[in-house]
Structures are given as structure tokens and as C-alpha cells.
Design a protein around this ligand. Structure first.
Ligand SMILES: Cc1ncc(COP(=O)(O)O)c(C=O)c1O
Length: 356
């Protein structure tokens, strides 16, 4: 337990995914379970560091943009610090993400067309009103982002032999912080300054500026439009795009791009095979890793870590009963139905009464 933890954030488990490692022929596979942070995402680490900074500087509160996860984290940690907050949310954010922010009762505004212009305007308002700008990017909130470095240090402390770390990218800030933490841990360890794990920028094909720039397929990490449906990763002009691209290259990593369908498949597979339920953005690195394993880019000599950034309960739209109504089964049909599910050899008797 980290004694500096405010609400229990950080020191998340690194869980082995042995079944999936075998399935994809890897030497080892681990999940960094960032979805187990108090509000369900790694953003809690950034919120804790941001609010500490706001209190230390005597500011009256915070202001941020968010697709939902950062907003929930800032709202919770802001309330804990006794600070007021203002949140501008992206249109189309999942209902579950927005609903989970409401109990904290911060001013929440929907701002269409979220992009650099909105962020610049909030920067101006923050300076004029003594609010801390807590957008989760290095460009706007460098002190807060340092809170996420520990993701990298904790991975290497738990598994020093990790060869690749797959990170989902939207604005690029998470990747920059994770890479920095990996480098710090590597330099501090007895392994000295040898090369650390490669960092793999994992992005949806419908918005992949950082992955494409890291591989030299784009001059700059900017795309004209964003067509992916994966919440949290919809930034055509990522604020930390240049820094993220540089961090990938410096680590000896690369970019891997996956479709939304591959991502949803990986999300389902992780739940079915390993019992971990994460939101689609968090399944992107798993889908990217699977694509790289299928292409022979990684294999039995590799020890891979994926960063699972957000909890599955944050975005339930693919799993609602409206989409997949439950099968209705009367009491007298239960035995037969369950027997069919288990296979006839294991069929239980139809009811307690029938065995007498
Ligand atoms: C669940 C989840 N994963 C990954 C990311 C990407 O982080 P970044 O925007 O720092 O690249 C986000 C960003 O909001 C997110 O919410």
C-alpha cells in the first residue's frame, strides 16, 4: 500500500494472462490493471497529483476537458481536496461515464467540437479565475501528468524482464508518462542503462496519428478526421502527439493500428478467457498485441505487458439487455435448458420432484 495514496489510487496489480499468452504464443503476458483505480481508470493518478498541486498553489479549484474518465477522476479528487470544479465534456461521451460524474456535483458542460481551440480558451479562463487547468496532457498539465509515470515504474518493478509495453493512445500523454516511468525504473535498477522495454503506441485505425507518425507513415501526428467509435481515443490532433511519437521511437517501439471490431473482439476475449472486463479503449493494446503476434512481430521470446486503462462498467452499450434480451426460462424448463448447455452427459434431472 502506497502511504501517499489519497483514495487508494496506484500500486495496481500486474496480473498474468497465461491463457492468452498461450493462445498467441508469447513467452509471457501481463495486464497492468489500471481499471482498478478508485474511479475506474488510470486518470486517478493524474487527478491526485493535480489536486495536490492546486492546493499547494492556493488555487480555488480546477477546470478540465474530458471524454469521461478524466472528468470522473478530477471530480472525485477535487471534492476530496475541498476544491470546486468545472468540466467540459466531449459530445458523444458514453452515458455511464457521464452518470458516474454526477454524484460529485461539479459544473458539467457539453462542448461540441472539442479540440485545441477549446483547450486554449480554457487555459485563458483558468489563468483569469485562479483555477488549475487539469486537462490530462503534458502540454496543459505537466505536473499532474507526472502522477502517471508510476505506471511504468510499477510494471518494471514487478516484471523486470518485460520486453514490450502496449499503451492505448488518444492525446498521447499516457504513453509519454509510462515511457518516462519505464526509463526511470530501468536507470534506477541494477540493470543499469541498458535498453528498456519497447513502447508500442496502440491506436484505432479510425484515429491513429501517433501510431502512424511513429512508424514514419505520417510526417506529423495529425489526421484530418476521426472515425473510430472508441471513447477516449478520438483526438485527430493529439496535444502530446510529438512527444509520444518521440517516446515510442526512443524506446525502440513502433505503432500498431487495429479496427474497432478487433478491439471489441479483444474486449470480449479478455472477459471470457481471463475474467477481466475493461472498456474498449483499454482493449486496444490487447488487440494490437494480438495483431502483432499474428504477424510474427512478437513471439515466444517476448514478455509483454498491456496497460488496461479503464473499467468495463464505463461503457456498457454493447452489453445492454436491450441489445441482447435475456432468454426467459420457466422453473420446469430449467433442468433441461441447463442440461443442454452443459452437454447431455452432465444433464441434471428436470426437477427435485421428478427424482422421487
Ligand atoms: C480509458 C482510456 N485509455 C486510454 C486513454 C488515452 O490516454 P491519452 O489521451 O493520454 O493518450 C484515455 C484517454 O482519455 C482513456 O480514457
Amino acid at each position: 500500500m502506497n502511504l501517499d495514496s489519497v483514495l487508494g489510487e496506484g500500486d495496481t496489480p500486474l496480473v498474468p494472462l497465461d491463457r492468452l499468452a498461450r493462445r498467441w504464443g508469447l513467452g509471457g503476458l501481463w495486464a497492468k490493471c489500471e481499471h482498478l483505480n478508485p474511479t475506474g481508470s488510470y486518470k486517478d493518478r493524474i487527478a491526485a497529483a493535480s489536486m495536490k498541486s492546486a492546493v499547494d498553489r492556493g488555487l480555488r479549484g480546477w477546470i478540465a476537458t474530458s471524454s469521461g474518465n478524466g472528468g470522473a477522476a478530477m471530480a472525485a479528487y477535487g471534492r476530496r481536496a475541498g476544491l470546486t470544479g468545472v468540466l467540459c465534456v466531449q459530445s458523444g461521451a458514453p452515458a455511464e461515464k457521464l452518470a458516474s460524474i454526477r454524484p460529485y456535483d461539479v459544473l458539467m458542460l457539453e462542448v461540441p467540437g472539442m479540440g485545441p481551440a477549446v483547450m486554449d480558451e480554457l487555459e485563458r479562463i483558468a489563468a483569469a479565475t485562479r483555477l488549475l487547468l487539469t486537462i490530462t496532457t503534458h502540454r496543459h498539465n505537466p505536473v499532474g501528468m507526472q502522477g502517471a509515470d508510476a505506471i511504468g515504474t510499477e510494471i518494471l518493478r514487478a516484471q523486470p524482464a518485460v520486453t514490450q509495453v502496449y499503451v492505448p493512445c488518444g492525446g498521447g500523454g499516457l504513453l509519454v508518462a509510462t515511457a518516462r516511468g519505464l526509463t526511470t525504473a530501468r536507470q534506477a535498477s541494477h540493470h543499469g542503462t541498458g535498453s528498456g522495454p519497447a513502447v508500442v503506441a496502440s491506436q484505432p485505425a479510425g484515429c491513429a496519428p501517433i501510431a502512424l507518425a511513429a512508424d514514419g507513415r505520417l510526417d506529423r501526428p495529425v489526421v484530418a478526421e476521426c472515425t473510430t467509435a472508441i471513447s477516449g481515443l478520438q483526438l485527430a490532433e493529439p496535444p502530446d502527439g510529438d512527444a509520444a511519437t518521440a517516446a515510442v521511437r526512443k524506446s525502440g517501439g513502433w505503432g500498431t493500428v487495429v479496427t474497432d471490431e478487433e478491439t471489441w473482439h479483444a474486449q470480449d476475449l479478455l472477459a471470457r478467457e481471463e475474467g477481466l472486463f475493461v472498456e474498449p479503449a483499454a482493449a486496444v493494446p490487447l488487440a494490437a498485441m494480438a495483431a502483432d503476434a499474428a504477424a510474427g512481430r512478437i513471439g515466444p521470446d517476448d514478455q509483454v505487458a498491456v496497460v488496461l486503462t479503464g473499467h468495463g462498467l464505463k461503457d456498457l452499450h454493447r452489453y445492454t439487455t436491450a441489445k441482447a434480451p435475456l432468454e426467459v426460462c420457466g422453473t420446469d424448463e430449467l433442468g433441461t435448458r441447463i442440461g443442454r448447455h452443459l452437454g447431455n452427459d452432465n444433464a441434471p434431472t428436470t426437477s427435485a420432484g421428478a427424482t422421487r
